[in-house]
Design a protein around this ligand. Structure first.
Ligand code: C5P
Length: 251
């Protein structure tokens, strides 16, 4: 996979027209991430057909980031439906799903390879200070953020997830646990990416594209650094170049 295959641009915008303008501008980008905001905008405006046709055209694939939160049967049905469309490369499941629900979701994919199922052990807008509020008992027992993240990631993978969303130090942590070229093959998809010198926004654990690749990320998810750039195509191309340079330097 080259830098171009590894960059995922998050279409975090509030209208289908705007999303499609961005897709047009970013002709070199292969994978776009669609989340709740754009999905709801498309539903309300009736633009979902058009959006789906465009973002799955040609070699493009989609990352459906809904962190699907529902009863096991519903989650499994969603996975089964999306598996009929090979353009859906990744789907996030909600972190709170029980292992048996994740296993049922995986089973609903049948013999099809995708969507790869991911969970988010710990969102990148939180850090160690937030752990006490999320898992007070564990925090009181002295469980560290790394141990917490790895424990959640291991539980998800053991239940059948194909990968995790990991940012900051969690990238190397997860890659250390699941080395490349060893079974199981665990995808590491990393948001919270910020080119050197750019603002971190709400991420408490952000990483440069080069550092994320060096740490073992498979894919980088980038939203605002591309969406808010005056030259979006240029910003995306610079990130792709940085990924390719980092891949070249990786042992
Ligand atoms: O704009 P920015 O590059 O920060 O966008 C990051 C994207 O990745 C957003 O769509 C956000 O929902 C998503 N995300 C994240 N941290 C996670 C999981 C997903 O930032 N842990």
């Amino acid at each position: 996979m080259t830098g171009r295959d590894r960059l995922i641009v998050a279409l975090d915008v509030g209208s289908v027209d705007e999303a499609l303008r961005i897709v047009d501008e970013l002709a070199a980008v292969r994978t776009f991430k669609v989340g709740w905001r754009l999905l709801m905008a498309g539903l309300r405006s009736g633009g979902l057909d058009r959006l789906w046709r465009e973002i799955t055209a040609g070699p493009r694939t989609v990352f459906v980031d809904l962190k699907v939160p529902d009863i096991g049967n519903t989650v499994a049905s969603v996975v089964g439906d999306l598996a009929d469309d090979p353009a859906v490369r990744f789907l996030t499941l909600h972190e709170s799903l029980q292992g048996r629900d994740i296993a049922a979701a995986k089973a609903a994919r049948g013999g099809r390879e995708t969507p790869y199922l991911l969970t988010v052990p710990f969102v990148s807008s939180l850090d160690a200070a937030d752990l006490a509020a999320i898992a007070p008992a564990e925090a009181a027992r002295g469980v560290t953020l790394d141990e917490w993240i790895l424990g959640r990631a291991e539980a998800a993978v053991a239940s059948g997830c194909d990968g995790v969303i990991a940012s900051g130090d969690a990238i190397a942590l997860c890659r250390g646990r699941w080395p490349k070229h060893a079974a199981p093959r665990v995808w590491i998809v990393s948001p919270g990416i910020r080119p050197a010198g750019s603002r971190t926004d709400d991420h408490k654990r952000s990483t440069t594209p080069a550092a994320a690749i060096a740490a073992g990320a498979d894919h980088l998810v980038v939203g605002r650094p591309v969406l808010n750039a005056s030259d979006r195509a240029g910003a995306a191309a610079a990130i792709v170049q940085e990924i390719d340079d980092a891949l070249g330097a990786r042992p």
